[in-house]
Design a protein around this ligand. Structure first.
Ligand code: F3S
Length: 425
């Protein structure tokens, strides 16, 4: 434990000047700051809260949220929510049970009572109102979003826990340690990729190989920019580059514990500082094939009949929805297809007529949730296919399903035929 400097206002919050709920929040933030040796607290511009699904919260989690909300605590900076365990307005139609829906709604109500905005999405960076900017300090708890904010945008955030993010929202600050400090943002491993990395699924396979090797380090991708078109001016559109980086960060965080990576000549800090950002004596890793990633993520090669094809992990961008609708126009699906996204992106897709095209083929654009945090086994789903690295890792663990993994075209072919056809890497 070290000395943590608090302003007189922060000290007053810690002593209960604004009530028990704010005091509880300040105690969490200050305790973490002392454990991690933070010199002080830093104001945050935005908070992203994870741990929203009843599947993860359980009754104890819902009771904890109700108690905190009952103490009158209110978010003092914009704070948004991660996906819940179901689509809020369509849970009955989608087959979820009232026994799950009731406590799930209660949890969302408690968040809303505390002033949290119920966006129910893991991609706050795709929302025009909340997208972070270079240099912003944030308190984000969604690991895939943390990797995006730190790496693609050059904002500063640690990977907060569920309660610590909510606490940061209530006090408007977090402890200044870890990735809030420039000295901790330097690269620890240099990664050279000598094989082609063409699709979202390739980026997912790469994330497995690198995540496993670097753990919680900071990878420097020396030559990955060759496989990345420029990011769109409006980064909330995603675009080919954004969709690849979205999956890369999610997989690096899921298979390792990466919260920040750099791409030479491409990501903001790498462009500004060049190789000065690499720590001396860093180890070098050469990747000449993605096969190891595909072998692990395409975990059940014996499965060919697919119950659910799921795309949109992290939540689909408008550019992904455009590509999917283009492929599905005039088709008739043989199996269930979920494209998971936010309500905000779905509304945008609806305006462009994309939702109608996907629906006409028999697919669903599902908002508020995903196949990891929703109780999909209760819907009779036993086999899944995806193009997302994080989904391939978490769905077998959290939802007990068998998994096929491949690129978007392969997944959509499986949705059309109901069967998985393997392609060689
Ligand atoms: Fe988001 Fe669910 Fe993937 S929360 S990152 S879509 S596992």
């Amino acid at each position: 434990m070290t000395d943590l400097k608090l302003s007189s206002e922060e000290m007053a919050l810690l002593e209960g000047a604004e009530g028990a709920g704010v005091q509880r929040a300040m105690e969490i933030v200050v305790t973490l700051g002392r454990i991690y040796g933070a010199p002080d607290l830093v104001p945050v511009r935005h908070v992203q809260i994870a741990g929203v699904s009843y599947k993860n919260l359980g009754d104890a989690g819902v009771a904890f949220l109700n108690e905190w909300a009952g103490e009158g605590a209110q978010a003092r900076v914009p704070a948004t929510l991660n996906p819940a365990g179901m689509e809020l307005g369509r849970w009955q139609e989608m087959g979820f049970s009232p026994d799950f829906a009731r406590p799930q709604m209660e949890a969302i109500k408690a968040f809303v009572k505390m002033g949290v905005i119920p966006t129910m999405s893991c991609t706050p960076y795709l929302f025009p109102d909340y997208a972070p900017h270079r240099g912003d300090h944030l308190a984000w708890a969604e690991s895939s979003a943390v990797a995006w904010a730190n790496s693609v945008v050059g904002a500063y955030t640690n990977r907060e826990g569920g309660p610590s993010a909510l606490a940061a929202a209530i006090v408007g600050r977090t402890a200044r340690y870890g990735y809030h400090l420039p000295e901790n943002r330097r690269a620890t491993h240099v990664i050279e990729v000598t094989c082609p990395v063409r699709s979202i699924a390739d980026f997912g396979a790469l994330s497995y190989i690198v995540g496993k090797r670097v753990g919680d380090g900071v990878p420097w991708f020396a030559d990955l920019a060759a496989w990345l078109p420029p990011l769109p001016k409006d980064i909330t559109l995603g675009g080919d580059a954004g969709d690849r980086l979205k999956t890369l960060g999610a997989g690096l965080a899921a298979y390792g514990a990466v919260a920040l990576y750099h791409v030479a000549g491409y990501t903001p800090e790498a462009r500004e500082q060049g190789e000065a950002l690499i720590r001396p004596n860093t180890s070098r890793i050469v990747i000449d094939s993605l096969a190891e990633g595909y072998d692990v993520m395409d975990a059940n090669p014996e499965v060919d009949k697919i119950d659910l094809v799921t795309l949109g992990c992290p939540h689909a961008s408008i550019s992904e929805l455009r590509r999917i609708a283009q492929r599905l126009r005039g088709e008739n699906l043989a199996t269930r297809l979920w494209i998971t996204t936010s309500q905000i992106t779905r509304a945008r897709a609806d305006e462009e007529g994309l939702v109608a095209v996907i629906k006409a083929a028999g697919g669903e654009v599902v908002a508020d949730t995903c196949a990891v945090v929703a109780p999909v086994r209760s819907l009779g789903i036993r086999t899944m296919a995806t193009n997302a690295g994080k989904m391939a890792n978490y769905a077998p663990m959290h939802s007990g399903v068998s998994m096929r993994y491949g690129d978007m075209e392969q997944c959509l072919d499986a949705a059309i035929s109901g069967r998985w056809r393997k392609k060689s890497v």
